[in-house]
Design a protein around this ligand. Structure first.
Ligand code: SF4
Length: 211
């Protein structure tokens, strides 16, 4: 085991305990492929599943694995128009499982997301019976303020670059606290406790996943 793997295993265990105190169900997987298996095990076959716009869950092969298995999938990636996407966003609210990553998680187990449209934070907050958050340990921050800063100053400018958004951060890579109509930082969410207990499941991964 390398020094980084050892540190991540320790941090993963610490985070699991912090999350369990907040009534989350929590798992630690050293590698992304283990996490994919873990998520599939958590969702009984035949369940309805949807997800947010996270690149993490796509890059690690999780969405492909879900689509290849026996689930009813509400797949926003198949929408060809904004109207079709809107239908899927609403279907997602009635799914058995909503799968997402996060912009950041604090050392004490609070999960922070910043959203443009709000469909992801809406599904995390209410609707799907259970929410599975798959989070690489590269997204651990000291506290909520640092988590918000990470979302705003690291994740968002990369996302606007990826999306080609008409925002100032897409032009120079740093946040300008914009009020642009194309801003992707419109809603801020902190999940500090799972209600009902166990509705939120966190699968921590000891690898750098997403941004
Ligand atoms: S410039 Fe606007 S869209 Fe870009 S990170 Fe800052 S608030 Fe978000």
């Amino acid at each position: 085991m390398t020094a980084k793997e050892k540190r991540n295993a320790l941090l993963g265990e610490k985070l699991k305990k912090a999350l369990q105190k907040r009534h989350f169900e929590a798992y630690y997987c050293a590698q992304a492929d283990e996490a994919v298996k873990q998520v599939l095990e958590l969702m009984p076959q035949g369940s309805s599943v949807s997800w947010g716009g996270s690149m993490t869950i796509r890059d690690m092969g999780l969405t492909a694995a879900i689509k290849a298995a026996d689930y009813v999938v509400y797949d926003r990636d198949l929408a060809t128009t904004p109207e079709e996407a809107d239908v899927v966003y609403h279907q997602a609210l009635g799914a058995d499982f909503f799968v997402t990553s996060a912009n950041a998680i604090t050392e004490e187990g609070q999960i922070v997301n910043i959203d443009g449209r709000g469909n992801r934070v809406a599904a995390i907050t209410f609707g799907p019976k259970r929410v599975i958050h798959v989070i690489g340990l590269n997204k651990v921050t000291r506290d909520v303020q640092e988590a918000i800063s990470r979302a705003r100053h690291t994740a968002a400018p990369i996302n606007t670059s990826r999306l080609g958004s008409a925002t100032p951060c897409a032009a120079d890579g740093v946040c300008h606290e914009c009020l642009s109509p194309a801003c992707i930082c419109n809603v801020l969410q902190v999940v500090r406790n799972s209600f009902p207990a166990g509705r939120h499941i966190v699968v921590l991964v000891g690898e750098d996943l997403g941004y």
